[in-house]
Design a protein around this ligand. Structure first.
Ligand code: SAH
Length: 401
């Protein structure tokens, strides 16, 4: 077993059970990509068992802080079992669920989403890459899902020195001798939604917004929203929510044609009039400006943009971009109208996001009631020891008349 010795004073974060050690904290030692290493303080005191990653700034990711624990197949089976059991306790009324959320579940770099009988997985660190086969076996055993599709195509793989890998990881023949396709239908909030684990964004869908889509349907109904604009709609989850909430006219805007085609299909799939929905393949910022010029207004607007600030270093430019779209959306909102606005940037805190949106409202000449502070569904948990895990934050605002 190779040993990694930390510089004096650099043991504190592992003491607090934070799982990362940066390159600059390592005094000596090394290993192969994903190799299990023993991490010790400068005086030789045990700190953690961890995975080594020679090309990453995050040089070490801890598996366990218990010296007696062995990092083997049984260890991964225990971690997978605990993560799946936590979701089972939450009584989530959907068959699209995040089962493993990386560091929060003690499996740094591993993301696993369950879509009906298919697991869609991202292996994003050298450690989980090395244990891929063992983890896949544990996932099948623990979930009963026979199919695993790998979506290790996120850009962070590059930082770990890992190439893009996509394709079936477990793909047994079905009972009738046929092969399962990558197309899946899930249900959430009582709606049916489709996705393709091979073609969709990330693992196929944005499960973290499930509860916020449910909330949106409820608020549209309570507030009597008739005209709805869903910006960065992807496959129209919030658009279906708006129709379920009684909206008469819903417009989805996204720059992805395939996502919009699915959004349109989802309207009919859920029994709504396809004529009530318009899919716009366009840039959101430009569309908001055009709508303002045309004098259009809406009773409810959703802003769910992609990550503008991947890290805190991008926060300033991202803050301007968030402020811009929120100001434009505010202008398009009828008095008494509802705005659901989000940021999934880890580099923008909930506090900063609140300030940005408040500034945007001010610039647009309006004020609003804060109906709620929103976050990711609890199957995407943040833990006490790993605050970096917090990424999605949002606000539900009603524009003052
Ligand atoms: N609200 C969605 C998830 C949105 S993800 C849901 O509930 O499922 C962000 C979306 O923004 C992606 O679908 C992406 O295609 C789209 N997008 C990114 N940049 C864009 C831009 N400049 N204009 C319009 N859409 C954009």
């Amino acid at each position: 077993m190779k040993t990694i010795t930390l510089r004096e004073g650099k043991e504190r974060s592992l003491w607090r059970r934070h799982p990362w050690v940066f390159q600059g904290s390592v005094a000596k030692g090394g290993g192969d990509p994903g190799e299990t290493v023993k991490v010790v303080a400068h005086d030789g005191q045990f700190l953690a068992w961890a995975a080594f990653s020679p090309s990453s700034q995050i040089r070490v990711r801890a598996w366990s802080f218990d010296e007696a624990e062995r990092i083997d197949a049984a260890f991964f089976a225990r971690r997978v079992k605990a993560a799946v059991a936590m979701r089972a306790r939450l009584a989530i009324d959907a068959n699209g669920v995040r089962l493993i959320h990386g560091e929060a579940d003690g499996l740094p770099g591993l993301i696993v989403d369950r879509y009906d009988d298919v697991l869609s997985a991202q292996f994003l660190s050298a450690g989980v890459e090395r244990w891929k086969d063992v983890i896949a076996d544990a996932l099948v055993a623990e979930t009963g899902c026979p199919f695993i599709y790998e979506r290790s195509d996120a850009s962070v793989r590059g930082l770990e020195g890992l190439a893009v890998v996509t394709g079936w990881l477990r793909h047994p023949e079905t009972a009738d001798g046929s092969r399962r396709t990558t197309e899946v239908t899930i249900h959430e909030n009582g709606w049916r939604l489709t996705l393709d684990v091979a073609e969709g964004h990330k693992t196929g869908y944005y499960l973290d917004q499930r509860d916020n889509r449910g909330l949106f349907a409820r608020l549209v109904r309570e507030l009597g929203g008739q005209t709805v604009l869903n910006c960065y709609s992807y496959t129209g989850g919030f658009s279906v929510a708006a129709l379920a909430g009684g909206a008469r006219e819903v417009t989805s805007v996204d720059s992805s044609g395939p996502a919009l085609a699915r959004a349109q299909a989802h309207v009919a799939l859920n029994g709504f009039d396809p004529a009530a929905h318009t899919a716009l393949d366009a840039d959101v910022n430009g569309t908001l400006r055009r709508f303002i010029q045309e004098g259009r207004t809406f009773d409810a607007i959703v802003l769910d943009p992609p990550k503008f600030a991947p890290t805190a270093a991008h926060a300033e430019r991202a803050a301007r971009a968030y402020k811009d779209i929120n100001r434009l959306a505010f202008k398009l909102l009828n008095p008494g109208g509802l705005l659901l606005t989000f940021s999934c940037s880890g580099g923008i805190s909930a506090d900063l996001f609140h300030k940005i949106v408040a500034g945007a409202g001010m610039d647009a000449g309006g004020d609003g009631y804060l109906l709620g502070r929103l976050e990711a569904t609890p199957d995407h948990p943040t833990t006490l020891t790993f605050p970096e895990g917090e990424y999605l934050k949002g606000l539900a605002i009603v524009r003052k008349p």
